[in-house]
Design a protein around this ligand. Structure first.
Ligand code: SAM
Length: 289
């Protein structure tokens, strides 16, 4: 049985990095009129109340999205992220969003739905029955969206290739089970064999050395001989013990110039999110052909 609830962590530093990257990826896909497909294999509930129950308990968003709100340069670089933040808090695009007004945080499905166009299609997968119910209710009236309660790893071979020829797969497991690392690699291999032009973005945590698997994951994906970009933010130094000190994304078939935009984003978020012993990485592991 799954016990992880993303609501406890909504809007934290890992969400900020992941969702800014997602905004940039969708920005690139929106640059062409042709429709595209978005698959969120671990979608979560879609929207999180920050000042109630779960998220209010540890207020992780206070060291994540909150210090980014007043960064005008970041808003110019990734307007998609800020548009979703404003929309979920019932603000107009031209209004500025203050800490007091930040009551809700959009999950990846809502950021995607807010950014994508009428001609695009979204499939959202979530295995936890309660989060699936919330997700399904949130998108009930959006005809572009299809939600399924099933295993997100298995969904790749079931749903790819998509009917639309362009697309992005976001894989954001909770890694509640150690087997999730292997399952992610296997699913991405299968996904690429069915949809070799698709963009695949895999999120991973950086944990204490005794539990961390991020280096192995990176090595395994680098062997797939596919263009691969890595972005990682550690908000504090890695220790030997438990606990997440940072996170990253491995992006296969990354769009042209994404690395340049991510560099600008990292320069802006690093001083706002990382402590004195933090670190950041942006690396082209396999270049584009
Ligand atoms: N992508 C979401 C976002 O950015 O807003 C957050 C997703 S959260 C990190 C991971 C989600 O995966 C949780 O809601 C969890 O219930 C769900 N989950 C765990 N194992 C799963 C599986 N095998 N298939 C699909 N969903 C799963």
């Amino acid at each position: 049985m799954l016990s992880y609830r993303h609501a406890f962590h909504a809007g934290n530093h890992a969400d900020a990095l992941k969702h800014l990257t997602l905004g940039l990826l969708l920005q690139r896909l929106n640059a062409k009129d042709k429709p595209y497909f978005y698959l969120d294999t671990h979608a979560g509930a879609g929207r999180y109340a920050l000042k109630q129950r779960y998220a209010a308990l540890h207020q992780e968003y206070a060291a994540g999205v909150l210090p980014l709100l007043d960064c005008d340069k970041l808003q110019d670089l990734v307007p998609e992220y800020f548009a979703a933040l404003k929309a979920v808090n019932s603000l107009k695009p031209e209004q500025s969003l203050t800490a007091d007004q930040l009551n809700f945080y959009p999950g990846s499905p809502l950021i995607a739905a807010q950014t994508m166009r009428r001609q695009d299609r979204l499939t959202l997968i979530e295995l936890h029955s309660r989060d699936f119910e919330l997700l399904n209710t949130l998108f009930r009236s959006d005809r572009r969206v299809h939600c399924e309660c099933r295993d997100g790893f298995a969904a790749l071979s079931a749903l790819l290739p998509p009917p639309l020829k362009r697309g992005l797969v976001l894989m954001d497991p909770s890694y509640e089970l150690k087997s999730d690392y292997q399952a992610a690699v296997k699913a991405i291999k299968q996904g690429l064999s069915r949809f070799n032009t698709g963009i695949f973005a895999l999120w991973y945590p950086v944990l204490g050395r005794m539990q961390d698997y991020s280096r192995n994951l990176t090595q395994e994906l680098s062997r797939l001989r596919c263009p691969l970009l890595q972005v990682e933010l550690r908000v504090r130094a890695q220790t030997d013990v438990r606990g997440m000190c940072g996170s990253g994304l491995l992006i296969l078939n990354y769009p042209y110039t994404l690395d340049q935009s991510l560099e600008q984003v990292m320069n802006l978020i690093y001083p706002r999110l990382a402590g004195p012993d933090g670190s950041a990485k942006l690396k082209v592991i396999n270049p584009q052909a």
